[in-house]
Design a binder for this molecule. Sequence first.
Ligand code: ZN
Length: 346
Amino acid sequence: MKAAVLNQYDLKLERPEFVVYKDVPEPKIESLFDVIVRVGGAGVCRTDLHVIEGLWRDRVPVQLPYIMGHENAGWIEAVGAGVTGVKVGDPVICHPLLSHGETLAARRGNDMHAGGAFPGIDSNGGYAELLKTAERALIKLPRTLAPKDVAPYADAGLTAYHAVKKAAAHLLPGDCAVAIGAGGLGHIGIQVLKALCAADVIVVDRSEAALKLARECGATHTVRADGNEVDAVLALTGGAGAQAVIDFVGEGAAVANGLKMTCNAGYYYIVGYGGKVEIATMEMIVTEKTIVGNLVGTYSDLVELMALADRGLVNLTTREYRLSEANTALQDLKNGQIKGRAVLIP
Ligand code: ZN
């Protein structure tokens, strides 16, 4: 089969070609609950750039060469002898983790802390014609949703949903939520906020095009990140800051600014990453702020997000590339030239 293969890291993301489009052996069914999915679409994620620049090297036992791609949807191609929940031809979206179902963490629904594999991060993923996954990770798609149109929900959407669901549990009508970044995750997060709660949504981004997309997604106010964004958010919140700040950027000035935009007793949710949180312990006790980490989401989070998508309450903005154009998609993402999410189509 064809795949876009990562052969070497590029610590400064300088090379024009990050991956090589080539023939590789097809994955095979090896155990009872294995499933092979014919990839209909694979989302291109900032995490893929972080993989290329080596950020995940010491976190996961990955060996190069391997195939990235952790936001996958497609059709069932082959199933192991024990698989009963899906059959060949079914359209599915793949939860990104192959968690161990017998662990306590998995039984409590915390799939991301239940061990197992993370295809596309620590093993071969979906920048390919075929992907090996497991029955436990699969959610059948309703007829309204085509695999290539929903693939980025498998991680970008799921991660945004996971964080926003936590925030929405605290947000009351009249409260304010800030979304920092209206890119691949942010534009989904804004729609999920609008669907799950009645708080006003302020969106902060450097790009005017991203802010336009944010308004289309239902943002109440948009703020250009031009150096004065903290003052602008404070002005929109009566000087107090927002009850929830969801930071889809997580690096550069966004982190310190996000904490400053959070009101006393409010919540700052970290979704994007790469930067550092630095706050004095005295500041923490005086302000009673809560800082919350977020990693992907649970299987049931993804089921709920598909229910929102099926009802038309969340819509993805995607830009399609052929799998052979993976380098172009990655470069466009790196250069901030993608509105919404890039999707590779084999
Ligand atoms: Zn991702």
